[in-house]
Ligand binder design. Structure first.
Ligand code: FAD
Length: 364
C-alpha cells in the first residue's frame, strides 16, 4: 500500500489488544498515531481485559484450523522480545512465562484425555512434542496438582502473560512515544447510523481529513459494518489464595465442565470454561459459577478457601469461519482503511503474527 518511509498520520479505532499493539508498533516506526476508544482506556471494556491470555497453539490446534497453530508458533517467537522490550521501557512486569502447560483428567474421565492426545497426534503428527508426566514427575513440575491426579500431559510450546499489565504498559509506552489516546470517542466507519455496540453516533473528529490511513480494530464493535463479525461469550472467575501455587496454566478435561486455570500476579488465578455461542453481555449466572467453582475445587481442595476477586463476562470477536480477517478498503472519501478482526479466542496467540502481516500489507 505504501512504499515510502515518510511518517504517516494514522487513526486507529479500538484500544483493545490489536489497537494498542499496533499503535505501539507504528509509533516505534516513527508514524504519528491517534487511538480512538469507545470506552475507558484505564478500565478497558475490551475482550483483552477479560481474557486469560494463554498463548496455547497446541491446545487450540485440536479445535481450530492448522493456520491458527502456525500463526501461534510465529507469535510465540515474537512475544519474548516484545514483552522484554516493553518491560525495559515501562518498568511494568508483564509476567510472560513460556514454560508450557498441563492437561489433566480425573480417572473416570481419562477417555477425554486419551482422545485429546490422539487428536494432537492427528493434527500435528511429528510436530507433536507433548509428553506424559508420571505422578512422580508431576510432583516435581506442579506439586500442588499431584494430590488428585496420577499424571498429566505436558504441552511444551505454550505460554501466558499478564494481560492487564500488558494493556497498561502499552498505553504508557504509547504516551511516551507521543501517541494520542482519545477515550470515550467511538470512531465508526459506517455512514450516518448509530452503532448499537458503542451506542454512539458516528464520531467525526474535526481533524478527520488530516489522517492518511485508518485502521479498524473495533473487535465486536465492528459487527454492524462487518456482517461476518459476531461476539462469542466467555465467562471468567478470579480467585486469590496463598494455599495453592500453580506455576503453569492447567486445563481440566471433563465431559461437561472443561475448565482452564491460569496463574496471575499476587497469588491470583483466572478460571474460565468453554465458550457460549451467544452475544449476551449480562452478568454470569449462578449455575455457571457453581460449575466453575466445583471443577476448580477438584484440582486442589485448598481452592475451597480461596477468595473470589472478580467475576466477568465478555464477547470474543469472531468471524463466520473463526479465522482472523485482515481486509483493505477505503473510507467515504477514498482514503485507505485496513480492518483487522476475528481474533476470536486466539487474540494473544495470534496478535504478534497478524500484526507482522498487517505491517507487510501496509508498507509493501
Ligand atoms: C473470557 C475470554 C477469555 C479469553 N482468553 C484468551 C486466551 O486465553 N488467549 C487468547 O489468545 N485469547 C483469549 N481471548 C480472546 C482475546 O481476548 C481476543 O481475541 C482479543 O482481545 C481480540 O482483540 P481485539 O483488539 O480485536 O478486540 P478487543 O480486545 O475486544 O478490543 C476492541 C476494542 O475496541 C473498542 N471499540 C469498539 N467499538 C469501537 C468504536 N466504534 N470506536 C472506538 N473503539 C471501539 C472496544 O471498546 C475495545 O476496547 C479471550 C477472550 C475472552 C472474552
Amino acid at each position: 500500500m505504501y512504499n515510502t518511509h515518510k511518517p504517516l498520520k494514522i487513526a486507529i479505532s479500538g484500544a483493545g489488544l490489536l489497537g494498542r499493539l499496533l499503535a505501539w508498533q507504528l509509533l516505534e516506526r516513527k508514524h504519528q498515531v491517534s487511538l480512538f476508544e469507545a470506552g475507558s482506556i484505564k478500565r478497558s471494556p475490551s475482550a483483552a481485559h477479560t481474557a486469560a491470555a494463554m498463548i496455547s497453539p497446541l491446545s487450540e490446534v485440536v479445535v481450530s484450523d492448522k493456520s491458527i497453530y502456525d500463526h501461534g508458533m510465529r507469535s510465540l517467537a515474537i512475544w519474548p522480545e516484545w514483552t522484554k522490550q516493553l518491560e525495559d521501557e515501562t518498568a511494568i512486569q508483564l509476567g510472560y512465562s513460556d514454560n508450557g502447560s498441563l492437561v489433566v483428567a480425573h480417572p473416570q474421565d481419562k477417555n477425554e484425555l486419551s482422545q485429546f492426545r490422539q487428536e494432537l497426534d492427528f493434527h500435528l503428527g511429528e510436530l507433536n512434542r507433548t509428553s506424559w508426566l508420571s505422578k512422580e514427575a508431576l510432583k516435581q513440575y506442579e506439586p500442588d496438582l499431584a494430590g488428585p491426579f496420577d499424571g498429566a500431559l505436558f504441552l511444551p510450546d505454550e505460554a501466558y502473560l499478564d494481560n492487564r499489565a500488558l494493556l497498561e504498559a502499552l498505553i504508557k509506552r504509547i504516551d511516551a512515544l507521543d501517541g494520542e489516546c482519545r477515550e470515550y470517542c467511538a470512531l465508526n466507519f459506517e455512514q450516518d447510523q448509530i452503532n448499537p455496540t458503542t451506542a454512539k453516533r458516528v464520531y467525526v473528529p474535526s481533524d478527520l481529513n488530516s489522517f492518511d490511513l485508518f485502521i479498524d480494530c473495533r473487535g465486536v464493535g465492528a459487527k454492524y459494518s462487518a456482517n461476518s463479525v459476531r461476539g462469542v461469550r466467555g465467562e471468567v472467575l478470579w480467585v486469590k489464595t496463598e494455599e495453592v501455587n500453580f506455576k503453569h496454566p492447567i486445563r481440566l478435561m471433563h465431559p461437561r465442565y472443561k475448565i482452564y486455570v491460569v496463574p496471575k500476579p499476587d497469588n491470583c488465578y483466572i478460571i474460565g470454561a468453554t465458550e457460549i455461542e451467544s452475544e449476551d453481555r449480562s452478568p454470569v449466572s449462578v449455575q455457571s459459577m457453581m460449575e466453575l467453582c466445583s471443577a476448580l475445587y477438584t484440582l486442589n481442595p485448598a481452592f475451597a478457601e480461596a477468595r473470589i476477586q472478580e467475576i466477568d463476562a465478555n464477547l470474543r470477536p469472531a468471524t463466520l469461519d473463526n479465522l482472523p480477517l485482515v481486509s483493505h478498503s477505503t473510507v467515504a472519501d477514498g482514503r485507505p482503511l485496513v480492518s483487522i478482526n476475528g481474533l476470536y479466542r486466539h487474540g494473544f496467540l495470534l496478535a504478534p503474527s497478524v500484526i507482522q502481516e498487517v505491517n507487510e500489507l501496509i508498507f509493501k
